[in-house]
Design a protein around this ligand. Structure first.
Ligand code: AHM
Ligand code: MG
Length: 341
């Protein structure tokens, strides 16, 4: 059987956009190339101690970089060279980068990226990921402005992630379903392996850092207890699975059915995850796959961003499970007399 590569697939899908000029296709292709370079480095991360850790020099006399810094540089360079984007915002950088090269300043798009997510797992050979989000600019010309990045999630043109796991996959959506591509290292290409991914409407996996239990909102505590109760008609108790890499936890739950939760906690009153780099792009994928993403009150993609690094609680995955936890949250708000409209 002939395999379909990512680039073949996105060119074929260009017709989903009636006035497409090929820029989005090139942009996605640029991201996939940078992802391959990052993948190569992630795969030899264990050799860093042998070959020299950060602060030391490699054989060409260049300083060795930490993987997250390396990934950040790779994606920014690829996007900068491509010329389709007029600005990039990265979880690794305090401020966005406006691109004002001859071609870039007329780029139609801006990209927001978490170049290597799952920082606690980077050095210990556990799956990590890259998450990206693409918007059409709203400024007219020149390099990007802050308002280009502070758009609601439902304005995304495309989003996706790369998971560097037991195999490396790129999963993306342009608002016409979700498709997944597995990197075949022998030919160096992402090949279509998971066409039209759909999230089961319910499942039996819940993913949350239970170590923070005492700091969770009451509704989340009650939902966790619900997940742990025995009830065969609803297949409970559910299974608890938490890798601590959002992409990996989300990806597993999307394929098997489940919910990922990172609520507000006493330590992180607005949640830990970033609305623009983590929550919105995965929310777009979740919805396109038939799932749901909420901040506990409303749809993630309706949240109005006020700043680049804004944090946001996240409840994401199988639709019925997200609705269940929302009911627990609502009930506990009501009983505390804090019901919000
Ligand atoms: P990071 O951007 O610093 O890597 O943080 C995001 C990560 C997610 O991948 C993961 O789901 C979560 O943080 C884990 O946090 P915790 O260790 O608090 O459970
Ligand atoms: Mg992150």
């Amino acid at each position: 059987m002939k395999v379909k590569t990512l680039v073949e697939f996105i060119i074929e899908r260009q017709s989903d956009f009636p006035y497409a000029t090929g820029e989005l296709t090139r942009l996605l292709s640029d991201i996939s190339i940078a992802a391959k370079v990052v993948n190569r480095e992630v795969n030899k991360a264990g050799l860093v101690d042998i070959l020299g850790a950060e602060g030391s020099e490699n054989i060409q006399g260049e300083e060795q970089q930490k993987l997250d810094v390396f990934a950040n540089t790779q994606f920014i360079e690829a996007l900068n060279a491509g010329g389709e984007v007029c600005g990039i915002a990265s979880e690794e950088l305090d401020d966005f980068i406006g691109l004002d090269g001859k071609v870039s300043r007329n780029g139609k798009y801006v990209v927001l990226i978490d170049p290597l997510d799952g920082s606690s797992n980077i050095d210990v050979n556990v799956s990590i990921g890259t998450i990206f989000s693409i918007y059409r600019r709203i400024s007219f010309t020149g390099s990007a402005t802050l308002e280009d990045f502070l758009q609601k999630g439902h304005e995304q043109v495309a989003s996706g992630y790369v998971i560097y796991g037991s195999s490396t996959m790129l999963v993306y959506t342009t608002g016409h379903g979700v498709n997944g591509f597995t990197l075949d290292p022998s030919i160096g290409e992402f090949c279509l392996s998971h066409a039209n991914i759909t999230i089961p409407e319910s499942g039996n996996i819940y993913s949350i850092n239970e170590g923070n239990y005492v700091h969770f909102p009451d509704g989340v505590k009650k939902y966790i207890k619900y997940c742990q109760e025995a009830d065969s008609p609803t297949n409970r108790p559910y299974t608890s699975r938490y890798i601590g890499s959002l992409v990996a936890d989300f990806h597993r739950n999307m394929l098997k059915g489940g919910i990922y939760i990172y609520p507000e906690t006493a330590k992180s009153p607005k949640g830990k995850l970033r609305l623009l780099y983590e929550c919105n792009p995965l929310a777009f994928i979740a919805e396109q796959a038939g799932g749901k993403a909420s901040n506990g009150f409303k749809r993630i993609m309706e949240v109005d961003p006020k700043e680049l690094h804004q944090r946001c609680p996240l409840y994401i995955g199988s639709r019925l499970m997200v609705e269940d936890v929302e009911k627990f949250l609502e009930a506990s708000r009501e009983s505390a007399g804090l019901a919000q409209s």
